[in-house]
Design a protein around this ligand. Structure first.
Ligand SMILES: *[C@@H]1O[C@H](CO)[C@@H](O)[C@H](O)[C@H]1NC(C)=O
Ligand SMILES: *[C@@H]1O[C@H](CO)[C@@H](O)[C@H](O)[C@H]1NC(C)=O
Ligand SMILES: *[C@@H]1O[C@H](CO)[C@@H](O)[C@H](O)[C@H]1NC(C)=O
Length: 702
């Protein structure tokens, strides 16, 4: 085997090519690697790594062989000893644990601080007053956890109180209110009870306020443990006092009475309640029967009539807003050939409670990737491009840490970030899930073929994933539910989000603890191992491949599929031709790039090879930025991506082209011709973005 490592490292090459591959040997092998690594560390003074595909592959093998579940489980144990809500005292210990871990591995580590306005509960009470004159005070805490974790609350709910009839509104979406209206049910002046569904908490509260409700109580059907789901109800991302710019110490901050700030917060108070409390309340309602369409197993047991009343709710909530210091931690592994190209891996660190799933299953995986990378560095590896591991703060309040940092680094990220790889709740249960921008689909699948399946002996993640009833079904990133949102939706950085399992009952409750993880989530930590393998190997491909493994034919195919879906909505009223024409251009540019990439990948050496590769890679990297539009989405201008982003109307079920989706949902309120031209204008805007992408990929001026 031809090797092209540094002279020192190549001495060991013969030994490490004979890797023991069976799992039982891994431990011995890792100890061996560590010793070898220490040796290399002491004997490597000048490293000039020479790139070759074989060399990169060899380090990928080392990465794969160095996985261990016991390291990950010990990290998770340490991270989840205390609850560590952002801006609180115990969060500092978690921050220090992560910093120390990175530093002890010898990695270049630094912390970036921001000041942000976060929201905490000062006081809350809730009682029910029944028709017969009796009343009941409801417990708002979780049994067994009183005083240990923050009481369940909605961050940024305003203070307020209400004494009013209760009314049930299902998920609290527009369609649900239409049903109630048809039944003659009035919600004005009432306390609205809603169950958690697809609609964000903030939107549920906003809609209830629009309908004249005075307060909102939210519960989760999936709650089987007696927990209560905390969450934020703030609109938009990042620190509310610095919308669109970084909240640095001494920098500009809006006043809390500023209109821009106030519109981020709901107008009426809200609170999460347990499913048990919800049931007590809902069972006491009279009035109209629950609409047929709402009925489900979860509902049948709890509610048969929607009210309003006769039960009265006495609700009080007092908020405390505080300016706090938040901390993002970064570890940088500098690239050798292209130090100014960044592959970013990010996970948030702050948690509502203990955070064993959300988010520290991801943190434990990130810490293990750091361990494995540092081992590779000691064996002589230097990535081609720079890899940055990011640990975000205050995600739970609205992606605050990542958003402030992205806003601070807008230009450098816009010109140099290759991809952002996010993992939040790494392990929630069984089954692999991924969401990505489409040019990353292929490499994601290739990586899944290299990772052992955690639940089926002898299978790969890919094989088990392909065997599910949906097959390899990579979702997209229009959601605004984790730290990829600022990277993709504000800057246009190609992004991925991955996890095992979904919809776990401990979500945002006091039960999201290490115990839950070892009892239910991942008793043997093998799913954690699989996520860290997928995540770390994907980063290695993006950092070390000489030509970026981006496939824009997938992107063009995906866009084409979207136009087919749109077509069904449009019934020929407006023309999609501008978009389909642009997609043809993108597809043809993508074909051209595939051929150019093949040549440059195979070519061995030539004076201008590196320059040519760099130029092609830049085209691949910057194509995603073309979907960014300076004016952004109407009414949500911070969101600038015209393919992926939040739309106002979840009911249209369009989770792409958000500006077009918004024009659709506004159409009902406008005169026909006006609606038509608004939709047509948004179609043109998307068409121009796709044409920009084709042109960026071709890399030539007109
Ligand atoms: C509602 O609850 C508050 C706080 O517990 C209490 O002070 C108030 O008297 C209650 N109102 C009614 C009408 O019971
Ligand atoms: C690691 O995995 C092995 C094999 O599944 C299992 O026996 C062991 O208990 C796991 N260790 C931890 C710490 O979970
Ligand atoms: C398209 O036209 C039909 C009638 O020709 C109308 O019912 C429908 O609402 C229109 N759709 C849009 C999106 O304008």
């Amino acid at each position: 085997m031809a090797l092209s490592l540094s002279p020192h490292a190549s001495k060991h090459a013969a030994i490490s090519t004979a890797l023991p591959s069976s799992y039982s040997c891994t431990l011995i092998f890792v100890i061996f690697l560590c010793m070898l690594g220490l040796y290399t560390l002491n004997h490597t003074h000048t490293r000039t790594p020479v790139r070759s595909t074989e060399n990169a592959l060899r380090f990928q093998e080392i990465f794969l062989a160095s996985s261990t579940n016991y390291t990950i489980s010990s990290y998770l144990r340490a991270l989840t000893v205390h609850p560590h809500l952002a801006g609180t005292e115990p969060a500092i210990q978690t921050t220090e644990y992560v910093q120390t871990h990175f530093r002890d591995l010898g990695l270049e580590t630094h912390t970036e601080e921001f000041e942000a306005l976060l929201s905490y509960p000062a006081h809350a009470s809730l009682s029910l007053h029944f028709r017969d004159g009796t009343w009941k005070k409801l417990s708002l805490t979780e049994a067994g956890h009183v005083g240990k974790v923050v009481v369940p609350y909605h961050a940024y709910s305003p203070s307020g109180s209400a004494f009013a009839k209760a009314v049930f509104v299902n998920y609290g979406g527009e369609e649900d209110y239409r049903k109630l209206e048809a039944l003659g049910v009035e919600v004005t002046g009432c306390v609205v009870i809603a169950r958690r569904g697809e609609i964000s908490r903030g939107t549920v509260v906003e809609k209830a306020a629009e309908k004249g409700a005075v307060a909102v109580l939210l519960y989760a059907d999936g709650d089987t443990l007696g927990g209560v789901e905390r969450g934020t109800v703030m609109k938009g991302l990042g620190d509310p006092l610095t919308p669109g710019w970084a909240g640095v110490e001494g920098g500009e901050k809006l006043g809390s009475e500023d209109g821009e700030v106030k519109k981020r917060f709901p107008k009426i108070p809200s609170m999460p309640i347990s499913a048990e409390n919800a049931e007590t309340l809902l069972r006491s309602l009279e009035g109209a029967r629950v609409p047929y369409e709402w009925r489900s197993d979860a509902l049948r047991s709890r509610v048969s009539r929607v009210g309003p009343g006769p039960t009265l709710v006495n609700f009080t909530y007092q908020e405390e807003k505080k300016m706090v210091t938040i901390r993002n931690i970064f570890t940088v592994i500098r690239g050798w050939e292209e130090p100014d190209r960044y592959v970013l891996l990010g996970n948030h660190r702050d948690a509502w409670t203990y955070g064993a799933v959300d988010p520290n299953s991801g943190t434990a995986a990130l810490l293990d990737i750091a361990r494995r990378y540092s081992l590779m560095i000691r064996l002589g590896w230097t990535p081609r491009r720079t890899i940055i591991l990011c640990s975000w703060d205050a995600e739970e309040f609205g992606m605050v840490g990542s958003t402030e940092w992205v806003e601070q680094n807008l230009v450098n990220l816009g010109s140099k970030a290759v991809a952002y790889l996010n993992v939040d709740c790494a392990v929630q249960g069984t089954g692999f899930f991924a969401r990505a921008t489409p040019q990353l689909d292929n490499v994601l699948v290739e990586v899944a073929k290299k990772i052992k399946d955690p639940d089926t002996e002898g299978m790969t993640v890919y094989q088990n994933w392909a065997a599910t009833n949906t097959g390899i079904n990579i979702q997209r990133l229009s959601g605004v539910d984790s730290d990829y949102a600022p990277f993709l939706q504000h800057v246009g950085v190609p992004s991925v989000d991955m996890y095992y399992g979904k919809d776990y009952p401990a979500y945002h409750t006091a039960f999201d603890s290490y115990d839950w993880m070892i009892n239910y989530g991942d008793p043997f930590f093998q799913r954690h191992v699989a996520v860290s393998g997928m995540w770390g190997l994907l980063a290695l491909r993006l950092a070390d491949d000489s030509i970026l493994p981006f496939n824009y034919l997938s992107y063009a195919a995906q866009l084409h599929e979207y136009t087919n879906v749109l077509n069904r909505f449009l019934d020929g009223n407006v023309s999609l031709l501008p978009i389909t024409t642009s997609i043809h251009e993108l597809a043809s540019a993508a074909k051209g790039v595939e051929e150019a990439a093949k040549k440059l990948r195979e070519q061995e050496t030539k004076d201008d090879l590196e320059l040519k590769r760099r130029s092609l890679n830049d085209r691949l990297m910057l194509t995603e930025r073309s979907f960014i539009d300076a004016t952004g989405l109407q009414g949500k201008q911070w969101f600038k991506h015209l393919v992926y982003g939040p739309s106002n109307d979840y009911q249209s079920k369009l989770d792409f082209f958000p500006s077009i989706a918004n024009a659709f949902s506004d159409a009902a309120r406008l005169p026909r011709e006006e609606a038509k031209s608004a939709i047509q204008h948004e179609i043109w805007r998307v068409a121009r973005a796709v044409r920009r992408a084709a042109s960026a990929l071709k890399g030539e001026l007109t």
